[in-house]
Ligand binder design. Sequence first.
Ligand SMILES: O=C(O)CCC(=O)C(=O)O
Ligand SMILES: [Fe+2]
Length: 360
Amino acid sequence: MPRTSGATGVEAVRRSAPGHCSSPLCWMETAMTSRLDELDRETRIGGMGRERDREVALIDLTDFDTRKAEIADELWQAATGLGLFQLTGHGIPMARIEEAFALSEAFFALPEAEKARMPLKPGTNAGWEFKSQVRPSTGTPDQKESYQITRPRMDGLWPDEAAIPGFRNTMLAFERANWDVAMKVLSCFALKMGLDEPFFTGHHDPASPEYQSTLRLIHYLPMTDAKPGDFEGWRAGAHTDFDCLTLLHQKTGQGGLQVCPGAEAEGGDWTNVAPVTGIITCNIGDMLMRWSDDRLLSNPHRVRMPRPDEYLGPRYSIPFFAQANRDAILQGPLGKYPPITAADYIQNRLAANFEALKSR
Ligand SMILES: O=C(O)CCC(=O)C(=O)O
Ligand SMILES: [Fe+2]
């Protein structure tokens, strides 16, 4: 399996840019230190916009091995359009999803002092944070708390087994189950892009110390005793994801997720994405958009606040972010973007979102 990608892409860019440093490291440094296009885009998509119905594709993965070509066509069509689609027949049993949600609720119900023993440290994507994510689009903190599980970085960051029996093992198994589904979907994209089918799987190798995919538990705060001003702002401000592919578990009745095609997001029409327990909502992330030379679309999405006449309780969601291993070099065959390692790419994006944590 390939350990790094884009070597030919690096060569192509070096050759096409006379006068620049010829070392790939030098090129990557340039990409790392110059401001990412994605960050500029995020600063322009924070407006309220309007709502508009669009079809969200529902794709059935049943009999994946025998139906792969047909499924790959459906995935490709959705991923090059709205950039967001939903999956059934993905093989994660409903009971496992409900169990993960129950344990997530138990985690967030722990006393604050307990959770504070497992803090998200800047740049690590592991641990607990409370209202510290400020999206470049809005400049205001998301109204949520979250706990990130990035397997190689969890030392000291698990709750006591006695406090939530089974939490650690269940979450690790759930993370792996999501990885399996993500790799199936990514193998279809590899097929359509003319790459080896296991190309992306090799770059998300869980056995590598460079692994950096993340399972995130999210608790959006309930609107208890809310005053009119509390309905302003965002549960999660508009953004694109940093990863290759996101698999999002939502709960029936706990809505608010909206997506907008990238080209329209700067004043745009946002589409509600139905929350149904058991159906996985997927979106393309910026890493894969780069890796596909912008063919697969990482589109802006957000979670709006409830309106006063809607369900005002908490919202729980669980995204799994398939983030290429740290040593992967992100660059598509056309070399549309300069090469950058997945480690530098994620660091750059985390720094822009969790500035507040640095000063604590
Ligand atoms: O909670 C949701 O529905 C979306 C979360 C999300 O977009 C994210 O964490 O990147
Ligand atoms: Fe997201």
